[in-house]
Design a protein around this ligand. Structure first.
Ligand code: HXC
Length: 260
């Protein structure tokens, strides 16, 4: 599929950079962009792409939310459909078996904050701003923000953010655990690539298993989550990477993981 609003850069280190590009509206998500994101994550070539980084075009905005001009005249059914479309795409993104990072280069508001939260890691530039301003428009977060935000920052702060609709800066987002790190805008992508690079030196099947345990374990009872970890742990002993990784340690040599 040729994308109207997405720029895809497949780097030779296995990192794919997906840039949301709708500069006239600060990269606001219209339904075409949501379909393009859905298409991209549904068809991602995991034999080549080992990590996905998502960012916004320009210096001002990551994604300024869902496109308000498209939503203004929607009825109940269309509102439901829009919520389902975005939430479905973001759920597929969340479930990719590779590390995903949001490089938040500016406004991450409403659906933009929700897109960042569907990634595993968020790294923000100092000029990033986060918020869920939907109640000021007469709606609520509709791309799973009412679910993911409290998982990340706890119910009290999630309710404060959603009920007040206030914007917070990158340092506050760091303090509450919404982002992993904050850096100067010029260093953002290099810092993201450095962190992803560290991840890609490790065993990919192990990372995928850890991601499944963390993502799925949250919604389980303690016994279920621990049982899931037992199973995932055991399965890794059927991989070449486990044999190779442990032998390399014992033989004091460097390891190159194969993802097998
Ligand atoms: C449509 C948007 C937009 C949006 C910005 N623009 N955000 N258009 N939808 N979400 C447009 C503006 O209308 C303007 O167009 C241009 O982008 C530049 O924006 P300005 O407002 O002039 O810039 P600035 O004064 O710097 O303010 C930046 C801003 C502000 C603080 C980010 O634009 C803003 O508050 N945007 C809306 C943020 C928001 O409420 N997001 C949540 C949406 S609801 P023109 O034509 O005038 O140049 C949502 C729900 C998700 O996300 C779930 C749905 C199911």
């Amino acid at each position: 599929m040729n994308y109207q609003y997405l720029k895809v850069e497949d780097r030779n280190d296995g990192i794919s950079v997906l840039t949301i590009s709708a500069p006239k509206t600060l990269n606001a998500l219209n339904s075409t962009i949501l379909r393009e994101i859905d298409d991209y994550v549904s068809n991602i070539d995991l034999s080549r792409v080992k990590s996905l980084v998502i960012t916004g075009d320009g210096e001002k905005s990551f994604v300024a939310g869902a496109d308000i001009s498209e939503m203004v005249h929607l009825g109940e059914k269309e509102g439901f459909e829009l919520s389902k479309l975005g939430a479905g795409a973001f759920r597929k993104l969340e479930q990719l078996p590779i590390p995903t990072v949001a490089a938040v280069n500016g406004f991450a508001l409403g659906g933009g904050c929700e897109l960042a939260m569907a990634c595993d890691i968020r790294i923000a530039s100092v000029n990033a701003k986060f918020g869920q301003p939907e109640v000021g428009l007469g709606i609520i977060p509709g791309f799973s923000g009412t679910y993911r935000l409290w998982k990340l920052v706890g119910q009290a702060y999630a309710k404060e953010l959603i009920f007040t609709g206030k914007m917070i800066d990158a340092q506050e987002a760091l303090r509450i655990g919404l982002v992993n790190a904050v850096c100067e805008p010029a260093e953002l992508m290099n810092n993201v690539f450095a962190m992803v690079g560290k991840m890609l030196r490790n065993a990919p099947l192990a990372i995928a298993a850890a991601k499944r345990c963390i993502n799925n374990g949250f919604d389980m009872t303690a016994d279920e989550a621990i049982a899931l970890e037992n199973v995932e742990f055991g399965k890794l002993f059927a991989t070449e990477d486990q044999k190779n990784g442990m032998s390399a340690f014992l033989e004091k040599r460097k390891v190159m993981f194969k993802g097998k």
